[in-house]
Design a protein around this ligand. Structure first.
Ligand SMILES: Nc1ncnc2c1ncn2[C@@H]1O[C@H](COP(=O)(O)OP(=O)(O)OP(=O)(O)O)[C@@H](O)[C@H]1O
Length: 331
């Protein structure tokens, strides 16, 4: 199995052991970062730098380095336990209880204002529940700070894309890997061996992630110049860079055409199949029902259904909640 964290692990010079005789004339990933000394080419393929990344199996292993550890598919990973969230007199969530199980894609749906985003925010530490608790990987999130929640293993994307628009795609993903760095501040200042190794691993992993989500060819382009759909993919790569146990996607298909939605479904399945657990909030019901393993439905802050997509879509309470609302305006 490939070394966790990337192909450069254990080598001072990240390229030495890549086993490609033609590599002497190629650039190294470091050279594509600021101060790296190379003007990035307009068209670029990460596979030119790391030929191994042409192999999907290698990419999949680098993207989820410790996936073998997460073998207990089906056990609860995150538990919403009677979570109530009040804003003044408004109850946005009312004693909501459900589990997200390891290795599944869970869809969270409901009409506008049902409480989906509030749910998301309670899970990711943006809000503290008024009552009840969120338990993640056996730990009550309680007073845990937001950045610590990322370290515990929850990553999210946003309804509105939030990238560093002046940075390249590669840099955006490298920034995401920082959450996993363990070097001390002095280690980073004096560029200790461990720090340099972490930097190399971060680059290798970022390259693999770009390839994994399908934007490898955009590695050296500024995020702002990427087509809209690629920006959304880049956001997913950046979230995966934190090596989350749970990836939360907040309306990842917003603004997509039908063909892009089909491609996104394939990517979400690929992420699940690579060992991640995925929570999906999505407006497009066809997409939700087509890609999820289980669905939880909220209405007016209460859970009204929880089950397999085919059962939930036949549930009279769910049909009533959505009645008369066209597909693209729902969830
Ligand atoms: N910070 C807040 N302060 C006050 N009210 C809030 C806050 N956040 C959410 N709400 C209210 O809580 C309710 C649930 O909102 P929420 O955004 O969670 O719903 P949603 O299901 O995500 O809706 P949408 O599909 O429109 O995004 C709404 O009535 C909303 O106005």
């Amino acid at each position: 199995m490939t070394q966790p964290g990337g192909m450069a692990a254990g080598s001072e010079h990240g390229d030495e052991h890549l086993g490609d005789p033609g590599r002497a004339n190629r650039q190294t990933p470091e050279q594509y970062l600021p101060d790296g000394g190379v003007e990035p080419p307009a068209a670029f393929d990460v596979a030119d730098v790391h030929p191994e990344l042409a192999d999907e199996a290698v990419v999949a292993e680098i993207v989820a380095p410790d996936r073998d550890i997460r073998a207990e598919v089906g056990e609860p990973l995150l538990q919403m336990q009677g979570v109530t969230m009040r804003f003044g007199g408004l109850t946005a969530l009312d004693a909501v209880t459900f589990d997200i199980r390891r290795g599944e894609i869970l869809g969270l749906i409901g009409p506008n204002g049902a409480g989906k985003t509030t749910c998301f925010n309670a899970m990711t530490g943006v809000y503290r529940p008024t009552e009840g608790q969120v338990v993640f990987d056996g730990k009550p999130l309680g007073k845990i700070k937001r950045n610590e929640i990322t370290r515990l293993g929850i990553a999210r994307t946003f309804q509105n894309i939030r990238l560093f628009s002046d940075m390249t795609a590669l840099e955006n993903v490298v920034v995401g890997t920082d959450a996993r760095h363990r070097t001390s501040v002095p280690g980073a200042v004096f560029r200790s061996k461990r720090h340099r190794a972490e930097e190399r691993d971060a680059l290798d992993r970022a390259m693999a992630l770009l390839e994994f989500v399908g934007v490898g060819k955009r590695a050296t382009q500024q995020a702002r110049n990427l087509p809209y759909g690629d920006q959304r993919r880049l956001e997913i790569a950046r979230a995966l860079a934190t090596e989350p146990k749970l990836l939360c996607l907040d309306e990842p298909a917003a603004g997509f055409n039908p063909a892009e939605k089909v491609e996104l479904m394939e990517l979400i399945r690929k992420i699940r199949d690579d060992g991640y657990t995925v929570l999906l909030i999505e407006h497009d019901m066809r997409l939700v029902m087509g890609v999820t393993d289980r669905v939880v439905v909220l209405e007016f802050g209460r859970k009204i259904a929880d089950g397999l997509p085919r059962d939930v879509s036949a549930d009279p309470a769910v049909i009533a909640a959505y009645l008369g609302v066209p597909d693209d305006a729902t969830a």
